[in-house]
Design a protein around this ligand. Sequence first.
Ligand code: FHN
Length: 439
Amino acid sequence: MTNPDRVAWFAEARFGLFIHWGPYAAMGRGEQVLMREHLDPRGYAAAACRWNPSRCDPRDWARVARLAGCRYVVLTARHHDGYCLWDSRLTNYTSAAQAPRRDFVAEYVKALRDEGLRVGLYYSLGDWRIPALFAGPQRDPLGWEAFRDYCHGQVEELLSSYGPIDVFWFDGAWPRTAAEWGAERLVARMRALQPNILINNRLGASAGGCQSADGGEGAGGAADLGDFGTPEHAIVPENRPWESCQVSTWRLWGWAPHERFRPADVLLDMLCQCASRGGNLLLNLAPDADGRVPESFALRAAEIGRWLGVHGEAVYGTHDSETFIESVTFGHVTRKNNTVYLIVRFYPPDGMLRVPGLATEVRTATLLTTGQSLRADRYGGGWVLSGLPERPPTHLFPVIRLELAGPPARLEWFEPGQWTGDPLRYLSWAMARGPGFDA
Ligand code: FHN
């Protein structure tokens, strides 16, 4: 069971930056090109050893993360291709031993700390170069044992060499189970080395070997060893800390120069939706072959950061917004105790914003974007706010802060999910018009 104190910062943070970077960036076709295109592993390794991103400066990554309003960053220290971005003593397939002659993890950790950001490391247990990963312990017991111990040893290196690490993000466990990876023993060692570290739920499939579609765990798998869930390309709340990991483009996590970027409002909407459902967003950055931050990403990240600079209290440290307000007709709702934030994606054309379902008295209503006060009046369905500017005060999402007279409660007619619960709660409402079929 996760210690609430250990995970408190994570829930407060709400927004992290994922960085997928490695020699695959030089190929420009995403992070899985080695397997997806069935490349010759020897040719890939030779190209990876020649890869020399001389203009890479992790301080740029850290600055972009801070300007975006991210509170933590997770870097792929080793992805499925097995190339290590740190000076591992267990292999020479590293950025320190090969052409770059640099320990990028060390540079990255220092850059984050200098920017006041928390440090995360991603580590793919799977290494597609190693035949034992595919043969497994039954066919290749000695090869599997050596590979498993190699991975444990590298995790130990990463947690012993770079100071406090806040997040460890496992991935790539497929097709092996948590038991085959020795996940329980590994996690115990990790917590001994770094007692405050947060570990995700991707430590190997459950006994049945199945891994859930979100890259997490089937029920009863190693997910219980981790501290937070990791729905991927989706926002799926869990009854524990969770973080939705999402690409900032259409599909690929690794650099592809011709990939398309999603607009800033779509990326911001994902963050607001995660916060409104009590989770975090881990938004991906794919630096280019030279390690530079694509301008398209930097511009979007800065736009989100400027919005958070004005409206951040509606995201950081907000609770699960228990569904006490129907928000589909205007946007998202987040909450901090008796304060509710309405994140307005669809600006009301009549300048009146309805807050359906809310029973609790609204003491004050403030348009955070401009600081102006709004009028709040009850109506049959909840509350209506008036006095909004005719035109939206921002091209992203205006936010309204409601200070309530107590904890938010919902009116009898409002049921989360709408099409559930007792239909009789709508009877008097429908009877107001009468039973006739004419207009
Ligand atoms: O196969 C990886 C993929 O390349 C990427 O790293 C994502 C990020 O969560 N994880 C795996 C797919 O679930």
